[in-house]
Design a protein around this ligand. Structure first.
Ligand code: FAD
Length: 318
């Protein structure tokens, strides 16, 4: 039997799991099932009390934990070392992560240490006992897909983009068994030290439950005020497409997309935005997308499907 498929995570958990891990666990469970092996969750650093129960509900058999002062916050050198030691002990069939800024920093370096492959922008993983691992990834900003067939041997490290799968829990599963993984990080010295944290003013677009974004169809910088007003009226935040940033109309912190912010709101309103794949990469995990566009054939309408969205329980300014 193959060794376990391991989903790895760290950082702030909402509802027991950090953002996107429910999707990665769903993909990992199906892959582990095809191999006839177990699904494990590896949590690095602090863990919420409810995590073992939530992990169990996604089919996790064992929850491995690395808890050490050196991984109390995200530190790339310590995380790579911890994961390299863990993989040396467990030899996972594959190590799966949710793609974000931090996992991007870790994945390639870890794969180098394991002498294996790192695959970014993953959307699916398939294989079977004795068959090669096949990872499907999004390419060219989401315009196409590529399938990698990975060589046998070293553990591959695969990062999955937001919305790669619809999260699916399993019925009646108990809490995952928690097992401490022993690693020695005493000799790790971070090579890059953060001397000043990046300034973040106000709430982050990535955390917004409602986003109203404007695009080139607004026609002028002045019209962006309409976006700000609508966002405020709905109790949300204003966003934009890249041309508005390129033209100096809006600050880059508001840009949604491949080279901007990756958001997951309940409601995303796109006004005067065509729906280019590079823009959609930053909002296609929204529960509901509403498009305002005078071109009925605009690509955005392929995404602006009917969906269910519940008004969050907070008051909107009148
Ligand atoms: C490597 C790379 C990375 C990129 N990263 C990003 C990214 O992170 N984010 C991003 O947004 N883009 C990104 N882009 C650019 C992307 O490809 C598109 O060019 C961009 O998203 C288009 O922005 P838009 O929809 O506002 O403009 P357009 O494509 O010009 O669309 C304008 C839309 O407005 C509509 N419209 C016009 N007038 C009106 C009106 N009066 N009322 C209603 N609708 C109207 C039009 O029908 C049209 O659909 C990237 C491109 C590359 C190559």
């Amino acid at each position: 039997m193959s060794s376990a498929v391991v989903v790895c995570t760290w950082g702030e958990a909402r509802g027991g799991l950090p953002d996107g891990i429910d999707e990665v666990l769903t993909l990992g469970r199906s892959y582990a099932g095809a191999l006839g092996t177990e699904l494990h969750l590896l949590v690095i650093g602090a863990m919420a009390d409810e995590t073992p129960a939530v992990a169990g509900s996604y089919g996790v058999a064992k929850l491995d934990r690395i808890d050490d002062a050196k991984v109390a916050g995200f530190q790339p050198d310590a995380f790579v070392e911890a994961l390299a030691q863990y993989c040396a002990q467990v030899s996972p069939t594959a190590l799966l992560l949710a793609q974000n800024l931090e996992s991007r920093l870790v994945a390639a370096r870890l794969a180098g240490r394991l002498h294996g492959a790192a695959v970014m922008n993953g959307v699916a993983i398939e294989g079977g006992e004795g068959a090669p691992v096949q990872v499907t990834a999004s390419a060219y900003g989401g315009d196409t897909r590529i399938v990698y067939e990975l060589a046998d041997g070293a553990t591959p490290v695969v990062c999955f983009i937001a919305n790669a799968a619809v999260p699916e829990a399993v019925d009646g599963a108990g809490a995952a068994e928690v097992v401490a993984a022993a690693v020695d990080l005493s000799s790790v010295e971070e090579r890059v030290k953060v001397v000043q944290e990046a300034k973040t003013e106000g709430p982050r677009l990535e955390d917004a439950e409602i986003i109203v974004s404007g695009g080139r169809g607004l026609g002028s910088k002045d019209n962006y005020k309409l976006i700000e007003e609508l966002a405020a009226a709905l109790g949300g935040m204003p966003g934009c497409s890249r041309p508005l940033v390129d033209d100096g109309w809006v600050d880059s912190a508001r840009q949604v997309g491949l080279t901007g912010k990756i958001t997951r709101p309940g409601l995303y309103v796109a006004a005067g935005i065509s729906g280019a794949s590079q823009h959609m990469a930053g909002c296609n995990a929204s529960k509901t997308i509403v498009a305002i566009n005078r071109d009925p054939d605009a690509a955005i309408f392929q995404h602006a499907a009917s969906g269910s969205w519940e008004t969050p329980s907070r008051s909107c300014p009148s």
